[in-house]
Design a protein. Structure first.
Lengths: 157, 226
């Protein structure tokens, strides 16, 4: 779904903006704090991990990314800015960053999602599908394969 | 003299932000240079339009820290006295240093796009500059409205579907400047003048020496037109 320039998806019961906020901040000078406020009014969360990820992909170092995002939120005390979580994210390896994003979006670890026994009953069904749709990566192919295996398994039919 | 410790160069700029800004409606608005990214500022102006994005290098860092891949592979080409262009957020209150009645700014090298020395532009840190290309559709028709001829695109049933058919090409640009790649990264087989296809969202427009360029990394170049 696209809301103006923003890329928004539904994860469980939550609407989360997963794209374009970082680009607007990095390229157009539109503050992240304002995006958070404006989208918040419409009940949409902004994934700061995706914002940081966009900045890091543009070549910013973890220090610069943390500094610039912290400065952006400095003037607006109404937003709860989780500095520690962002620091951990920015300094993590690429794989760990994907895991942090996965946990934020789906509220379970990728391991838990893979090991989960109930596919039809809980929201893990959506986790598999959504994650596979979000990015075409090797890890997602594994998830999709696992998902198909579970679906075809007679015990769950 | 002062010298930055790690990863930053010290630059001297003419101003931090422009004193005034002329809106699209022609209204001149005067700015407080010490103002932060407040709501008013952000709503009224595009920050990239009035923030300073170039300066003269006055000191180089004592060294480079290694936790980030950029500094692991960075080839230092900046020298004192060079004019450098950088990201618009590089110049702010937090990076300001006041020394002997002069104002300097510490700019991280990962934010520097290029240097200009004796009129020669050299790219820094594996960045490239590209020029936007315009795409014109094949099915453009010219119609007359009120005595004025305009170019439009029309559907089969005769409805005007597009009034401004000449649009900026998406993901395609002409390469203008390319420099040394970062260490350990392969050299990209493109030369200035090539038509290249770039990654999504890499079209970051910057005004360099009076010309508008897309600034992107060499890794953002996905393909070239042969």
């Amino acid at each position: 779904m696209k809301f103006g320039q923003f890329e928004i998806d539904k994860f469980g019961d939550r609407f989360i903006c997963i794209g374009r906020v970082g680009k607007m901040f990095y390229q157009d000078g539109f503050p992240v704090s304002m995006s958070v406020l404006e989208l918040g009014k419409k009940g949409i969360d902004v994934s700061l991990f995706h914002v940081a990820d966009e900045c890091l992909k543009n070549g910013w170092s973890p220090e610069t990314t943390i500094k610039k995002l912290s400065e952006d939120f400095m003037d607006d005390k109404s937003i709860l800015f989780k500095h520690d979580k962002l620091t951990v994210f920015c300094n993590a390896t690429y794989e760990d960053q994907r895991e942090i994003i996965f946990q934020y979006l789906f509220e379970v670890t990728s391991k838990e999602a893979l090991e989960s026994k109930s596919v039809r009953d809980d929201k893990n069904l959506h986790y598999y599908l959504l994650n596979a749709m979000l990015e075409d990566k090797e890890s997602n192919k594994e998830l999709l394969t696992e998902f198909n295996r579970l679906l075809n398994d007679s015990t769950y039919n | 003299m002062i010298q930055p410790i790690i990863n930053c160069i010290l630059v001297k700029v003419e101003y931090q932000t422009k004193e005034s800004y002329v809106s699209e409606a022609g209204l001149e608005i005067f700015l407080d240079p010490d103002l932060r990214n407040t709501e008013l500022h952000s709503l009224a102006f595009n920050q990239t339009d009035y923030r300073q994005t170039s300066g003269v290098v006055v000191a180089l860092p004592m060294g480079y820290s290694r936790p980030h891949y950029f500094y692991d592979n960075f080839v230092s080409e900046v020298e004192v006295g060079d004019k450098v262009y950088f990201h618009y957020t590089a110049i702010d209150l937090d990076s300001r240093i006041e020394y002997e009645d002069e104002r300097y700014y510490a700019v991280p090298l990962e934010m520097v796009w290029c240097k200009v020395k004796d009129g020669v532009l050299t790219m820094i840190g594996g960045r490239v500059f590209c020029e936007a290309m315009e795409y014109e559709y094949d099915d453009i028709e010219e119609i007359e409205v009120g005595g004025v001829k305009i170019k439009v695109r029309m559907s089969g049933s005769g409805l005007v579907t597009e009034m401004n058919p000449k649009t900026q090409d998406i993901n395609r640009a002409r390469l203008i400047h390319i420099g040394t790649p970062l260490k350990n990264l392969p050299e990209v087989d493109v030369v200035p003048g090539d038509v290249i296809y770039y990654a999504k969202d890499a079209d970051f427009e910057n005004l360099i020496e009076g010309k508008k360029y897309f600034c992107m990394t060499q890794e953002d170049i996905l393909a070239k037109q042969i």
